[in-house]
Every structure is written in C-alpha cells, then in structure tokens.
Design a binder for this molecule. Structure first.
Ligand SMILES: [Zn+2]
Ligand SMILES: [Zn+2]
Length: 380
C-alpha cells in the first residue's frame, strides 16, 4: 500500500502553520485514540499514522525535507522498520496538545511505550563527504571510527574484578545532597559521586572506572539517492552504550557534505551546466551532446541561438522523492576561436564584410535585452 501524504493524514493544507498542524493532529489523535476505539486495529493504525505525520510536519527541519523529497526525504529519521512510538518526540508536549484531557485520556499511563527517557548513551556525530554521483544514485557507505564500548573485564560497572560499585556514602545513593546556606537549603548534585549515586573505590584498570573503552568500529549503511549538503542520517543505536549498560544506546548522526563537481553545480533537485558551443554551431544550428547524470543527451541547438541561452532538460536532475527528478539547466556559452589559420581568418573576414549591416542593426535594437538568459524547454 502506498504511504499516505502526511498533509492528507492530518487534513491540512501544505501551507498550514505549525499551530494549525498541531491543532489538526490533536483532532485526528483524539478521534482515533485506542481508548475511544477499543479492539479496533484500524483506528490504532490511524492513531499511529497521525503521530508519524505530526512527528514530521511538527518539526520545521523534517517538514522542509518532506516538502522537498517526500517520504524518501524523512525515511532516515526512523529505523529500518519505519516509524515507531519511540521515534515520537512530542510525548512531553502532549499536555500542551491535549490540554487537561491528556492524563485522563491515557489513564496516566505513558502511551508511547516508555519513550526515550532514562539514561541514554552519548550520540556520535560525523561528517561524510559525498560526490554528486553518489548523492544522485545513492550509495553504500563504509565508515570506520572510534566508539566507546562496554568494557568487558568489568562488564561496564567500572569496578575492578572482585569489587562492585558501592553506594555513595555522601548522598546515600540519591545522587543529590542538601546544602544549607544561612537560612536557605538547596539541593545540588552530589560532588562525591557526580550524581551517579555510586562510587568506585577500586576502579577497573582497563577503563579506569569509566565502564567504557574506545574501540575501532567499522560500519556499512545505505545512503539513499537525493541527499543534499547538510542533511543528516540517523543510525539508531549506533552511538555509545548507556552508562553501565542501563538504558538505550545513543545514535550515530552522519552529516553529508557535498563535494564540488567539475562540471555540474547543484541547486536542490536541479543541476546546472555550462556548455561550450562554437559560433558556427549557434549560428547554423547543431545537435550537441550534453552530459547529464542520467547519461548523455542530445540537445538540438536551433539556428541563431545566442550565447547564454539556457536549455532545460526536464527530469534530468537529482532524485526529488517519490520517483520524481529535478531538471538539468544547460547554458550554452559561445566560445570564440583563439587561434585562426589563414583559411579560417579569410572566411571570418568575408563573413564580417557580409555581416556589417546585421551587426549594426543588431546593436540598434535593444541588444542587451536579447542578452538576458532565455530558457528553452527541450522535449526529449
Ligand atoms: Zn553521592
Ligand atoms: Zn572496566
């Protein structure tokens, strides 16, 4: 089944404000909430679908990516199994979205499967340079980097063999202490255990009590076609393990950086190319071969083409989501011959003689007006 458009799911226009999106999500979520539709798996699906749509449209950055590339553009925000409740980042603003209704509605229980609360391992961020060709077709990436992993001798506890982390004597395990200053009493993080609630009197020699040790990691993953400069791919659970193995692992964020290309410049889904053409090709008309990311393309340069005329090759640009492609814009740049042999010189002189009239009349007319880029659509 084709994935539904997120705007359609929430029943809003593509131009809707964040406030309108939030409002609509509230309406849809209330309608399909499982408590209101007991034993109705379809309603439950719709409830989840609305949350997914809100997860994307309720976030400026994800929404922008979705607007540009469709579902393909936000696929990487979720795990390989698609959107899960753990991907839902709005659990905390539910109070705001549902008003007072929320807790009564969900009976006080967290309907979001625990969410992403609790201790989490650290996220890792890295940059990944991409060529235009790789970004065009998508690619298998292989990266190697250093990541801290659970120390095996102490199994992540940080305590030397035969010992255990002990309850912090200063805070009694709570991680916080009360400090009295004159009339005031304030609660602060325990300075002896740093808030962990435990202390390690005999640290593990392998990890020096940290419970984590650096390891070299190699990872391969797929980069979808169409990614652009500055976009990130989240690889869930590929960050560091949670402290002492209690809690979720962090994520790995791969940030793409586009390398410059010799021929093409990119503008979102579109590609621009300057194509050198000769005076005679432009004057007489010619079929010229034009490189595109989709392979070579023949473009018909009509008789009398001016320099800087732009030809648009529809659908010959970058993947733009949902099977669509941007366009390639080819700007014909007339190159003047640098060196002439005698014969060429003769012919050009003859041409000049013959063209005196044309040249002057051309100048009389608004020459500069003609010089402006004109776009010619190429039907292929
Ligand atoms: Zn303490
Ligand atoms: Zn250790």
């Amino acid at each position: 089944m084709a994935k539904r458009d997120y705007y359609e799911v929430l029943g809003v226009e593509r131009t809707a404000t964040q406030e309108e999106i939030k409002k609509s999500y509230r309406k849809v979520a209330l309608k399909f909430h499982p408590d209101r539709n007991p034993g109705n798996p379809e309603a439950e699906e719709s409830f989840k679908e609305a949350a997914e749509a809100y997860e994307v449209l309720g976030d400026q950055e994800k929404r922008a990516r979705y607007d540009r590339y469709g579902h393909e553009g936000v696929k990487t925000a979720f795990g390989s199994g698609g959107f899960q409740w753990s991907d839902f980042h709005h659990a905390s603003e539910m109070e705001d979205i549902f008003g007072g209704l929320f807790s009564a509605f969900f009976g006080g229980a967290n309907p979001f499967g625990g969410g992403r609360g609790g201790p989490r391992g650290r996220d890792i961020r890295m940059r990944y340079p991409l060529t235009l060709e790789e970004a065009f077709s998508g690619t298998k990436a292989k990266v190697s980097f250093e990541r801290r992993e659970v120390c095996s001798p102490c199994a992540g506890s940080g305590a030397a063999a035969g010992s255990k982390p002990e309850r912090c004597p200063r805070c009694g395990g709570s991680g916080t202490v009360r400090l009295s200053r004159g009339f005031f009493s304030v609660q602060t993080t325990c300075d002896q255990c740093g808030g962990a609630g435990t202390i390690i009197s005999r640290p593990c020699p392998d990890c020096r009590g940290e419970g984590l040790v650096p390891r070299k990691v190699e990872l391969t993953f797929d980069i979808p076609g169409g990614v652009d400069d500055g976009m990130s791919l989240r690889l869930r659970g590929e960050g560091e393990p949670a402290p002492q193995g209690r809690g979720e692992r962090g994520d790995l964020y791969v940030n793409f950086q586009m390398r410059e290309h010799d021929l093409y410049t990119r503008e979102g889904p579109h590609i621009h190319l300057d194509l050198p053409v000769s005076i005679t090709q432009c004057a007489l008309g010619a079929e010229v071969r034009v490189p595109t990311l989709h392979g070579e393309q023949i473009v018909n340069v009509p008789t009398g083409t001016q320099s800087h005329t732009v030809f648009r090759l529809r659908g010959k640009g970058m993947p733009a989501g949902n099977g669509a492609f941007g366009d390639q814009f080819v700007r014909a740049i007339v190159v003047t011959p640098r060196k002439l042999n005698d014969r060429q010189r003769e012919l050009l002189l003859a041409l000049a003689e013959e063209s005196q009239e044309d040249y002057h009349s051309c100048r009389k007319k608004s020459f500069f007006e003609k010089l402006k880029d004109t776009i010619v659509d190429v039907v292929s």
